[in-house]
Design a protein around this ligand. Structure first.
Ligand SMILES: Cc1ncc(COP(=O)(O)O)c(C=O)c1O
Length: 367
């Protein structure tokens, strides 16, 4: 395992470089979270660990958001810790774990950490879930312990249809593989809410991940969760306790305030995302065209290299754009072999930086 390629792109960037590399919201953290933290700072007395399973009020809010029972929630230090605990529990050593390619960089690393073998599966057009390709990959990979989905996807913005989710859930059930659906970007939709695993195939179909890091605008809190059948979560909770006891108490208080205010916080976040896609269309319409011309859920632009730049030069090109154009993106190869020929551009950052970064990036796509 090495340093994440996203961090590697940031290291060694010349002074004055604008970053469009980090996958996090760059808008102000909602007031509800700040107020909860401020209230805590005035409290005299101990600051206890709290229950290992997290604050019961927060667990109840997560359960309410997902229409689940509290026993069907595992509260963790970010969804990253949920992934870690679930992989440690269910990705058996020597088994295979099916991961999307291109896909979020952690899945393959987490599989390797368990002594499991990550097997990349192909996605459909625009990064959408291609159930047939995944079911075929599953048939060709005996001893698969886990299958990971991610929609809306990082880095492509790809989606999954309810029918595709049902087909994959049925195949995983037949193969005895634990299905994990990473839905941390699900609330950042533009037109209508995307399909999710539980809505399409029922809560018993697998585990769904959520987080306050994206739509709730607070990645630094490190609060996330997994929702699904208690029998899959119970042993993973033990792993999470062994790793980190529980998510930090002040963060849980702030996360509780955010979830309680979701009727306000989530539409505000969607408005922030809409503004970013609008900024792209205004400042760099050529880039939007190159990427298929359509805004997608979440805040990633999956951008094909300009005409005339060879796919095998993806990393060299990303470094040139960084060092000569002073804007950092992530080479698609960071997300798997099938990411060759693309850059991931994050639109999530603060608007002035986004505008400047896009203005620097656009000329590279001019004929
Ligand atoms: C697809 C995906 N899943 C999970 C995570 C982890 O998020 P967190 O641990 O902040 O909840 C990220 C972070 O970028 C992500 O992009």
């Amino acid at each position: 395992m090495t340093l994440s390629p996203i961090r590697r792109m940031a290291l060694g960037a010349p002074e004055g470089t604008v970053s469009l590399a980090l996958g996090e919201p760059g808008w102000p953290v909602p007031a509800e979270a700040r107020e909860a933290l401020a209230t805590l700072s005035t409290q005299v007395g101990p600051l206890p660990y709290g229950p290992n399973g997290g604050s019961p009020e927060l667990v109840a809010q997560v359960a309410a958001v997902h229409g689940a029972a509290t026993s069907e929630v595992m509260l963790t230090a970010g969804s990253q810790a949920a992934l870690f605990a679930l992989f440690q529990t269910w990705a058996a050593p020597g088994s295979r774990v099916l991961v999307p390619d291109p896909g979020f960089v952690s899945y393959a690393s987490l599989a390797r950490l368990c002594g499991a073998d990550p097997v990349p599966y192909r996605l459909g057009d625009h990064g959408d879930l291609d159930a047939e390709a995944l079911v075929d990959a599953l048939a060709g990979a005996p001893h698969t312990s886990m299958v990971v989905l991610n929609h809306p996807a990082n880095p492509t913005g790809g989606m999954a249809s309810p029918a595709a989710l049902r087909a994959v859930a049925a195949a995983c059930a037949r193969a005895g593989a634990v299905l994990v659906s990473d839905e941390v970007y699900r609330e950042l939709w533009l037109v209508r809410p995307p399909a999710g695993l539980h809505g399409a195939a029922g809560l018993g179909a697998g585990l769904v991940l959520g987080s306050v890091s994206k739509a709730f605008g607070a990645p630094g809190l490190r609060v996330g969760w997994a929702v699904g059948p208690d029998r899959l979560l119970a042993p993973a909770r033990v792993v999470h306790n062994a790793m980190t006891t529980a998510a930090a108490r002040p963060s849980q208080d702030a996360a509780l305030a955010l979830l309680r205010a979701r009727e306000q916080v989530l539409p505000d976040a969607r408005e922030q995302v809409r503004r970013r896609w609008e900024t792209l269309a205004r400042v760099a319409p050529r880039l939007l065209d190159a990427a298929g011309g359509r805004a997608r859920a979440g805040f990633y632009l999956w951008l094909p290299l300009p005409e005339g730049v060879a796919a095998q030069d993806t990393e060299t090109f990303a470094l040139r754009v960084r060092d000569e154009g002073l804007v950092t993106t992530v080479p698609g190869t960071a997300f798997g072999a099938r990411g060759r020929g693309h850059l991931r551009v994050s639109l999530g950052g603060p608007l002035p930086e986004l505008e400047e970064g896009l203005a620097r990036l656009a000329p590279w796509w001019e004929a």
